[in-house]
Design a protein around this ligand. Structure first.
Ligand code: PAF
Length: 282
């Protein structure tokens, strides 16, 4: 496994890997957990070589977010990736990604605007910008993203369609199902911030989401089911709910009632000082 930190050597390494067959990219911000490793394993099945990027992207953190305390564990992460048969770790320094004078932002309207986009202005511009840069740097044949960040996946898919990021230059975009703890909590690097009590209460998030989905399937009006969901989360120790919405799975337009197109329930809620997100299909 090669660990590359500068753009110039990256080009040679990726050119060599691509000669041996399809190259898959798994973009990450490090602090790797089983969810990321599941993406790596899915990537290995689909490609001759897997590249993993590790870059804590400052442009997707708001001024009051957790950039400074976001876990940094490059050595441990690299050991995990080597054991998974990854060929390349691309771990640029911030100055290699955004050199002096850097001035370009990619902004995907509409699908970026609601849900997490409303609560985190600029977040998805930061994500779209860095993901497009990662695609241009690594030039993978496919890229894999966790469905846990459903809105992120929808934004990246929209960007890929809008900017013609199609093979052979870059990347078929594949979503991989969320990996969960035994009690249903979606794996996230941010779960590490939870106290023992909050961690136990956090399982209410997927549990109450499933309950709301079952109620909607049984014919309860969406607004009533979502109201009950918010009440149940607060009763289970969450301090606030940023949003709980049933949305069209692709456009993320909120739905007052389920239609024929695939729909998804998306929730962001705070427990202690930590903001958790989750989503499930109707
Ligand atoms: O999902 C993440 O970890 C990040 O948003 C990503 C896609 C690596 C871009 O920085």
């Amino acid at each position: 496994m090669q660990i590359v930190r500068q753009l110039d050597p990256l080009r040679n390494v990726t050119d060599t890997l691509r000669r041996e067959g399809p190259l898959a990219l798994v973009p990450t911000m490090g602090a790797l957990h089983e969810g990321h490793l599941t993406l790596v394993r899915a990537a290995r099945k689909r490609a001759a070589h897997v590249a993993v990027s590790i870059f804590i992207n400052p442009r997707q953190f708001g001024p009051n977010e957790d950039l400074a305390r976001y876990p940094r564990r490059l050595e441990v992460d690299c050991a995990l990736l080597a054991a998974e048969g990854v060929s390349l770790v691309w771990a640029p320094e911030p100055e290699a990604m955004y050199p002096q004078g850097y001035a370009t932002t990619v902004s995907v309207t509409e699908v970026s605007e609601g849900l997490c986009g409303a609560a985190r202005p600029g977040h998805f511009d930061g994500v779209a910008t860095v993901v497009l840069k990662l695609f241009n740097q690594v030039r993978p044949d496919l890229a894999l993203f966790g469905e846990k960040d459903w809105q992120q996946l929808a934004v990246i898919r929209r960007m890929a369609r809008d900017l013609d990021l199609t093979r052979p230059h870059v990347a078929a975009i594949e979503g991989v199902e969320t990996v969960r703890e035994a009690d249903g909590l979606a794996l996230s690097s941010r779960n590490a911030y939870l106290s023992a009590e909050d961690r136990a209460n956090a399982a209410a998030l997927p549990r109450e989401m499933r309950r709301a989905l079952a109620a909607i399937r049984a014919g309860q009006p969406v607004a009533d089911a979502l109201g009950a969901l918010i009440g149940a989360l607060i009763a289970n120790g969450f301090v606030s709910v940023d949003y709980a919405q049933l949305c069209d799975a692709e456009t993320l337009v909120p739905l007052a009632q389920p239609g024929v197109a695939p729909a998804r329930l998306l929730v962001a809620a705070r427990i202690g000082a930590t903001r958790l997100i989750d989503n499930l299909p109707l």
